[in-house]
Design a binder for this molecule. Structure first.
Ligand SMILES: N[C@@H](CCC(=O)N[C@@H](CSCO)C(=O)NCC(=O)O)C(=O)O
Ligand SMILES: [Zn+2]
Ligand SMILES: [Zn+2]
Length: 189
């Protein structure tokens, strides 16, 4: 049986609504779940194969998107949040009881500072932007996936309409490179 890429991908993508106003995300705790309220839809939603993004049990990929940090509020049980790895660029806040990551925030100087990283599958509402591409696909090998299975994984991703990359998508990589060039003074700010 083919491995599960992610529950939001395995059976084809469900398109989101352009005018979706946002909603609530909750961790997996059956009592006192942490609740996050998002004040808009998300952007740049993508499958991510990296080792740091939270994945549901049995999935090879995470599905992770961004939202401006001023659109995100912790609205219940925030005392259960703890930072997974304080040395990472993205400070991922996880539930210390169930392990789910509620949001990731960048505090250091970075082109994506001001954007928070979130997982829309933690919401029971429909209409969130669907995944747009697959990032860090080769990184699943670093977590023990057999490299011989990569053609099948990339074919499956493409069959549901997700282009596959081994970094972020070209527009996001271009945005990072532009920021870096401006910092270095080799492009006008
Ligand atoms: N091969 C590494 C890649 C990790 C990585 O660079 N991940 C990206 C994408 S996360 C969401 O798109 C990243 O920006 N990481 C910064 C951070 O995680 O703090 C691996 O698999 O670990
Ligand atoms: Zn929890
Ligand atoms: Zn990732």
């Amino acid at each position: 049986m083919a491995p599960s890429l992610h529950p939001l991908i395995d059976n084809g993508l469900v398109k989101g609504q352009a005018d979706f106003p946002g909603g609530k995300l909750r961790c997996h705790c059956s009592s006192n779940p942490i609740e996050i309220t998002l004040g808009s839809n998300v952007a740049h939603n993508h499958a991510c194969g990296c080792s740091k993004c939270w994945k549901p049990k049995g999935a090879l990929f995470s599905v992770v998107a961004v939202i401006p940090k001023d659109k995100l509020q912790v609205t219940a049980n925030g005392d259960k949040l703890k930072i997974v790895d304080t040395s990472a660029t993205i400070q991922r806040y996880a539930c210390k009881d169930c392990g789910v990551h509620l949001y990731g925030r960048i505090e250091k100087e970075h082109p994506f500072k001001g954007l928070d990283f979130v997982h829309v599958e933690l919401s029971d509402q429909k209409g969130w932007q669907e995944p747009q591409f697959a990032a860090f696909v080769s990184s699943i090998i670093e977590q023990g996936f057999d490299p011989k299975g990569m053609d099948e994984v990339r074919s499956k991703l493409r069959s549901v309409g997700l282009e596959t990359y081994d970094a972020l998508s070209p527009p996001l990589m271009d945005a990072i490179a532009t920021w870096t060039a401006q910092k270095a003074g080799v492009l006008p700010a």
